[in-house]
Design a protein around this ligand. Structure first.
Ligand code: BGC
Length: 427
């Protein structure tokens, strides 16, 4: 075991307080340039054509949650007062190894959307008479001209299905519903999952301006009131995973070169669950020459959760993956490395939230508010929440207690139903 090598790698992933403050400042710079459309921002800043709910929305809606490898169709009744009830839920993976795979480059749009239409048919029990309005949480960068019309700009999270990029996703869905004679289901609204999280939290808690996903992918939206460019106030999907004013190390570079979409999603590739395990794989290969052994963010969670003195859990995991016998001393280094990769991720994510705060309250005086976050990394990966909290203090100092991070679990479906129920923002 080469301790020096491990220490070097840990140093490469370490971000001190000054570094995250710089990231927050560059992020704010990109928001401001994005809002003013100067062409200097790496953020897409996509208008969502929706504001915040009143909390009084009511009625029954279908919600389609299409954002990761698990697809969900949910029939939801909104009861107002921040209350709702799930009436029916159908969930299926988009990939079952050895059976089907709708997200690989061999799959096409019709196959994918026919599969979704089948799930919708199941969710409405085959009913072809009753009218259903459908809200669609589509968690990929899409350029919108109104609440219905969202065109996929580019696949992220290693999705590769042919024939969807450049298309209006609800048109593809509508065509698939028509092929099944399900024209009583009417897709009316498309929102990003970050927007869904924000809407869901605003409906339930109020007092929230930021919605964020910290999972397989990463992205954040916020409620923008700047109307200087003649645009009404609305939620902006920043596509913050594409933020690129960041210093990368050689492992980030290698990951990017081997990814489906090179030079895209710089921040996402440094922070999200889809990529953290891969960064660990490249590091371990560099240290031990083990070739490309796949580690996932779940492996990182397993490593971080082992608090035993002997680190047997870490040793067992590495034995299972690499067939090598690892000593406790080796495992200590591996754990320290995994901790640093996870901590860099948490600190970068928080830097973006603080950048938004600086943009929204340029003269200080941040009002007390929630920041709504959903996603497996935030919810389940050990150390993440603590590191986020610590980084908020490092960046905002005294004002840190104004931000309260809250888990908005399952907000994608509720948000989609709300989007179908709400009046869109027109412009
Ligand atoms: C997508 C975003 C999405 C995020 C979280 C990213 O890869 O570009 O649109 O919000 O993943 O699902």
């Amino acid at each position: 075991m080469d301790n020096k090598k491990f220490q070097e790698m840990i140093d490469e992933f370490t971000l001190d307080s000054d570094a995250i403050k710089d990231v927050a400042a560059s992020f704010r710079y990109d928001i401001e340039h994005g809002v003013k459309e100067t062409g200097e921002s790496s953020l897409r800043m996509l208008p969502s054509y929706i504001g915040l709910p009143t909390g009084k929305e009511t009625g029954e809606y279908l919600a389609l949650d299409f954002g990761g490898t698990n697809l969900r169709v949910v029939l939801i009744r909104l009861d107002g007062e921040g209350k709702f009830e799930v009436i029916k839920k159908v969930a299926k993976p988009l990939v079952v190894p050895g059976e089907y795979d709708f997200i690989c480059a061999d799959a096409n749009a019709d196959e994918l959307f026919d599969f979704i239409a089948d799930m919708i048919e199941e969710a409405v029990d085959g009913n072809r008479d009753k009218k259903y309005l459908l809200g669609h949480t589509f968690s990929f960068p899409s350029s919108q001209t109104n609440i219905y019309n969202a065109r996929l700009i580019i696949w992220t999270k290693e999705f590769a299905t042919k024939g969807v990029e450049g298309e209006v996703v609800n048109d593809l869905l509508k065509a698939a519903l028509a092929r099944k004679n399900l024209t009583n289901v009417e897709p009316t609204a498309v929102i990003n999952d970050t927007v869904a999280v924000l809407l869901a939290a605003a409906y339930k808690l109020g007092n929230v301006n930021i919605g964020s996903i910290y999972a397989t992918g990463h992205n954040t939206c916020y409620y923008e009131t700047f109307t200087g460019m003649g645009k009404p106030a609305m939620v902006i999907n920043m596509e913050s995973g594409g933020f690129n004013k960041l210093a990368i190390n050689k492992y980030d570079y290698k990951l990017d070169m081997e990814s489906e979409k090179q030079y895209e999603q710089r921040l996402e590739k440094m922070v999200s669950g889809r990529y953290m395990g891969e960064l660990l794989s490249y590091c371990l290969d560099d240290a031990w020459n083990i070739g490309k052994v796949e580690f996932t963010s779940i492996d990182i969670s397993t490593i971080l959760a082992d608090n035993s003195d002997s680190l047997d859990g870490v040793c067992d995991l590495l034995k299972a993956k690499t067939n090598a016998d690892i000593t406790t001393d080796d495992a200590i280094w591996v754990k320290a490395l995994a901790e640093t990769i996870a901590s860099r991720s948490a600190r970068l994510v928080v830097a973006t939230y603080c950048g938004i705060m600086w943009h929204l309250y340029p003269n200080g005086g941040i009002p007390k508010q929630f920041v709504a976050v959903d996603g497996s990394v935030y919810e389940k990966m050990p150390t993440i929440k603590d590191n986020m909290q610590k980084a908020i203090y490092e960046i905002l100092g005294e004002e840190a207690d104004k931000l309260e991070l809250v888990l908005e679990n399952g907000g994608s479906a509720l948000g989609a139903a709300l989007a179908a129920a709400m009046e869109p923002v027109e412009c």
